[in-house]
Design a protein around this ligand. Structure first.
Ligand code: 1CP
Length: 352
């Protein structure tokens, strides 16, 4: 592991499953449209312009950390940015859904994806990481990338999807081309994540957000070997988190891919999820829509998640998925305060 001044930080210790005085907390999409300050920046810059502007991307990352007083930052970027470099024609249409203008529908389309150098194509993300580290040397920073299946789904579907039918059909009907696509995306992801660690990211997170759409057989044969290759390449670099939604039926397989931490969504009780995952750190898993409820609900559900974690070492509090755009800022702040209050080890052992 890389030596760092953050070695004793509670987030870094929890990643390594070491005991901590309270549960560290950060939130997926902690920087985003629920913040008025973010919306103000987006009045001036399109989403892609914002991502490409290292200075502003770093500022947005810092802003979320300072506003929420969370224990880690996540660099402001997007999992889809590498697809721009592959010449897939990424854009964000009105209403902000991603669109891929050159979708992958055949084996020839896979061959037409262009090779690129990460330093050239994604140097602006690496620069944003360096700026954050300079400004907040005592706050751990998470770098991230999309996992090959989740990226492939955007390339094949041409954007977001509900049932991933085109993606699955391509996987079944063009197995060699699908495998080649997964291998290309795996190579890009490894190079990109290693570059983020070299730029100063203290932890790396792989988002396989939509892999839960697959059954165990397909996950095992078509996905797992690639995820294993990614985590093998990151071993002894910095700690890693592997996240997906709706993965309750395959958490044992996801855990076998080799990350240090497994991210789980809210569809499963955290204690049962942890049983399936085994001896590893776990991140999660409050339903993000709880933040649309009142303070009592937020407090009670936060306590439930912490009780399910049971004070075990290696719990990082997070939502089960990203903060929604209509979430009241005060509720998000209140959640972070509640985690801090309820998880201090003294409070957990307090008997009224
Ligand atoms: O208008 C806007 O400002 C766009 C909203 C937005 C934001 C704030 C998008 C578009 N991306 C992001 C930032 C982002 N995306 C971050 C950094 C911010 C932070 O977390 O604080 C991260 C880590 C992501 C990762 C990401 N992008 C994922 C994986 C996590 C997840 O939500 O499952 C995925 C799937 C995307 C794709 C994406 N980016 C944006 C949109 C609208 C989408 C499509 C989502 C979908 O298909 O449903």
């Amino acid at each position: 592991m890389k030596e760092s001044i953050l070695e004793n930080n509670i987030f870094m210790r929890a990643l390594r499953c070491e005991p901590v005085e309270r549960t560290p907390v950060w939130l997926m999409r902690q920087a985003g449209r629920y913040q008025p300050e973010y919306r103000a920046i987006r009045q001036k810059l399109s989403f892609l312009e914002l991502c490409h502007n290292s200075q502003v991307a770093a500022e947005v990352t810092v802003m979320a950390v300072e506003m929420l007083k969370v224990d880690a930052g996540i660099i402001f970027a997007d999992i889809l940015l590498p697809l721009q470099c592959l010449n897939a024609g990424l854009r964000f249409a009105q209403g902000d859904g991603p669109v891929i203008d050159n979708p992958v529908r055949s084996s020839a389309d896979v061959d037409n994806l262009t090779a690129f150098d990460v330093q050239d194509g994604l140097g602006y993300v690496l620069e944003a990481i360096k700026l954050f580290v300079k400004e907040k040397p005592l706050v751990p920073l998470i770098g991230f990338a999309g996992a090959p299946f989740t990226l492939a789904s955007y390339l094949i579907e041409g954007g977001s999807s509900r049932h991933f039918e085109r993606t699955k059909a391509f996987m079944y009907l063009e197995p060699l081309a699908f495998e080649k696509l997964m291998a290309i995306l795996t190579d890009v992801t490894i190079e990109y994540l290693l570059a983020q660690a070299a730029a100063g990211a203290n932890c790396l997170m792989l988002f396989d957000s939509w892999v839960g759409t697959l059954g165990r057989e397909d996950y095992t044969t078509a996905i797992l070997p690639h995820s294993r290759r990614i985590f093998a390449a990151l071993q002894n670099v910095v700690p890693t988190i592997h996240f997906g939604t709706a993965t309750g039926g395959m958490l044992d397989l996801v855990a076998s891919a080799g990350s240090d931490v497994i991210g789980v969504d809210w569809r499963m009780n955290l204690a049962s999820a942890w049983d399936l995952i085994g001896p590893k750190a776990v991140q999660g898993n409050l339903d993000p829509t709880v933040l649309l409820g009142d303070r009592k609900l937020i407090y009670d559900r936060t306590r439930m998640v912490l009780e399910q974690a049971g004070g075990r070492s290696g719990h990082i509090f997070n939502l089960g998925h990203g903060i929604g755009k209509d979430t009241p800022v005060d509720n998000v702040k209140y959640l972070v305060e509640s985690v801090r209050e309820l998880s201090t080890r003294k409070a957990l052992s307090y008997e009224p």
